[in-house]
Ligand binder design. Structure first.
Ligand SMILES: [Zn+2]
Length: 95
């Protein structure tokens, strides 16, 4: 897993990780910028369910995303896709 170093904005990669619970993982990352050298930890947590599992496990309770949240996510994905497509256009080559 990669993450942006909060100090130098270079890519930092996970060196190792461990599960703290079925829903939370702790990762140890190292910045790839040798001048920066930042080592840090982060948590990854399951936040919400977008579509219910076919094989739900007893004892695992993950809140369902609201319909409003799903609509917002869909709009954000469309915005990001449009931004990416706009960035690919070369200046002076559009009609
Ligand atoms: Zn860094």
């Amino acid at each position: 897993m990669a993450f942006i170093c909060p100090h130098c904005n270079c890519v930092a990669y996970t060196r190792t990780s461990r599960y703290l619970s079925p829903l939370t993982q702790e990762e140890y990352l190292q910045c790839t910028n040798i001048v920066c050298g930042h080592n840090f930890t982060l948590f990854r947590t399951v936040r919400e369910t977008l579509s219910p599992p076919a094989l739900p496990k007893a004892g695992i309770h993950i809140p369902m995303a609201t319909k409003q949240r799903l609509i917002e996510m869909q709009l954000e994905i469309r915005r990001q896709k449009a931004d990416t497509e706009n960035q690919l256009e070369l200046p002076g080559l559009t009609a």
